[in-house]
Design a binder for this molecule. Structure first.
Ligand code: GLN
Length: 237
């Protein structure tokens, strides 16, 4: 009996010491092609990227799907270790979290019904019903234009549905997801506007510079080894 217990103990110790440290990574799977649900699973560019980073730094990645505006609070209260969610680096967010190097450049665009011809820039959104996603950078951008009837949605897909259903005149969204949703939903088109460039990065809690350094090093390797380009081809074609 003692022998069996001893063996069990050894096996247990072995399992513990060989179990990789887990990193809990928060995302919001409503932002194709970066993160979205497919056959009940969270997939996308960001998910593949963070798993590659996990491989490089020897950590197991566990994804948690959280509402976008719940991601920063979850990180601040240590419910997650990282965020990867097509999240733009902003001065405001930098007060609460630290960001890695950026891994993707984006900008905001306007999505309108195909037959809409009066909306050509941000100014022309005045007196229009404009959908945004709560807490997204596009939400902040629209707030700066006076006279817009801004309507907040909980996700990009729900704002797209509202636009298709004629409940709003236009919506603001990040360029790559806008292209992805317009391709999958007939009757919509994209209006490109002159806006500031946005940089997506991975967020970690404050005072976690070691982890950020490891991630940055992994990102460099992922780029120099061609893995990044493979992921772009896989998710953006
Ligand atoms: N890039 C936008 C932001 O950071 C939208 C991100 C997202 O929806 N996942 O606010």
């Amino acid at each position: 009996m003692k022998k069996i217990l001893g063996v069990l103990l050894l096996v247990l110790m072995g399992t513990i010491s060989f179990t990789k440290e887990v990193l809990y990574v928060g995302t919001n799977a409503e932002f194709a092609p970066f993160e979205y649900m497919k056959d009940g699973e969270i997939v996308g560019f960001d998910i593949d990227l963070i798993n590659k980073i996990g491989e490089k730094i020897g950590k197991e990645i566990k994804i948690k799907n959280i509402a976008f505006d719940g991601l920063l609070p979850a990180l601040q209260t240590n419910k997650i270790d990282l965020i990867i969610a097509g999240m733009t680096v902003t001065k405001e967010r930098e007060k609460f979290v630290d960001f890695s190097k950026d891994y993707f450049i984006a900008n905001q665009v306007i999505v309108v019904p195909e037959n809409e011809n009066t909306i050509i820039d941000m100014e022309s959104l005045k007196n229009k019903k404009v959908g945004v996603v709560l807490g997204y950078t596009g939400d902040l951008m629209v707030s700066k234009v006076e006279g817009v009837n801004k309507i907040q949605y909980n996700s990009a897909p729900s704002s797209i549905m509202a636009l298709k259903g004629g409940k709003i005149d236009a919506m603001i969204l990040d360029s790559a997801p806008a292209q992805s949703y317009v391709a999958k939903n007939k009757g919509l088109k994209i209006i490109n506007i002159d806006t500031e460039v946005e940089k997506y990065a991975i967020a970690a809690g404050k005072n976690n510079q070691n982890l950020i350094n490891e991630i940055n090093k992994a990102l460099d390797e992922i780029k120099s080894q061609g893995i990044y380009d493979e992921l772009i081809i896989k998710h953006f074609n």
